[in-house]
Design a protein around this ligand. Structure first.
Ligand SMILES: [Fe+2]
Length: 263
């Protein structure tokens, strides 16, 4: 009997709409993801748009101070540096840029991400447009989280994310390219025999991965040989996480579990 908590097969689709518009395909996809299969949908965003977003965020990171902000009703978009912060549930090192649906932004990001969030919701048994309004629902809100993992610094411990009423899977988009923009390390998921599947090797910029949140996954250090690594030269791995997060103080949803942390 296959355990549902490790990666099984990876399967592919070329269209989000084809899945969203077909109830049978939704149900079949839910079944497969629950069993540990991971879905990659090809070319959801154009590389041109992704480059514009990465350049914009990179400029923001050079010209404004990062800071921590609780997720609260109506909070501001913001960016922060996470460098093995012991206060985080999952230990990691990356630069995070957060956008919320109640704020307007220069790219109209939530309109562009709508179909991805809709599929995420339908796969979780939720109404398609939940968590995307100007108010939280069930103590949760959608969040677009852009992650920059600098060469020589960026990594995230292997962990499991919670599967709960708000999510079965946390869609993740690769925004640039392994083998061109960085060369080793990157995103992985674990099979039942403990081996790692580096999904960055299977994806092009603009492809989105739908992985069961419970499957152990993480990010191996990007280009460990990098000399003078830093957060501001924009060399590294960029991803987008299509998240639904609990508001600060919501105790109904469990936290991620770091599988490598010893303390
Ligand atoms: Fe995760």
């Amino acid at each position: 009997m296959l355990k549902q908590s490790e990666l099984n097969e990876v399967f592919y689709s070329s269209s989000i709409r084809e899945i969203i518009d077909n109830e049978n395909t939704i149900q079949e996809t839910i079944k497969r993801i629950k069993l540990g299969d991971a879905l990659i949908i090809r070319s959801v965003y154009s590389e041109k748009l992704l480059n514009q977003i990465c350049n914009y965020l990179s400029n923001i990171s050079r010209c404004s101070l990062p800071y921590y902000q609780k997720i609260e009703e109506g909070c501001a978009n913001n960016h922060r540096v996470i460098s093995w912060d012991p206060r985080s549930y999952t230990q990691s090192c990356f630069h995070q840029f957060s956008f919320f649906p109640w704020n307007q932004d220069v790219f109209n990001l939530f309109e562009k991400a709508k179909a991805v969030f809709q599929l995420r919701n339908l796969l979780s048994g939720q109404p398609a447009n939940k968590f995307l309004g100007t108010k939280s629902e069930d103590g949760c809100i959608g969040r677009l989280s852009f992650h920059f993992y600098p060469c020589g610094l960026g990594a995230m411990n292997k962990h499991r994310d919670p599967v709960d009423s708000h999510q079965l899977t946390v869609p993740l988009m690769l925004m640039n390219k392994k083998g061109r923009d960085y060369f080793s390390g990157g995103g992985f998921a674990e099979r039942s025999d403990g081996s790692k599947v580096y999904f960055d090797n299977l994806m092009e910029p603009g492809d989105i991965l739908f992985l069961n949140a419970r499957v152990p996954h993480g990010v191996d250090l990007i280009d460990p040989e990098t000399k003078n690594p830093n957060f501001i030269n924009n060399k590294g791995r960029w991803t987008t996480v299509f998240a639904v997060n609990k508001l600060h103080g919501n105790k109904n949803i469990s936290n991620a579990i770091d599988l490598e942390r010893s303390d």
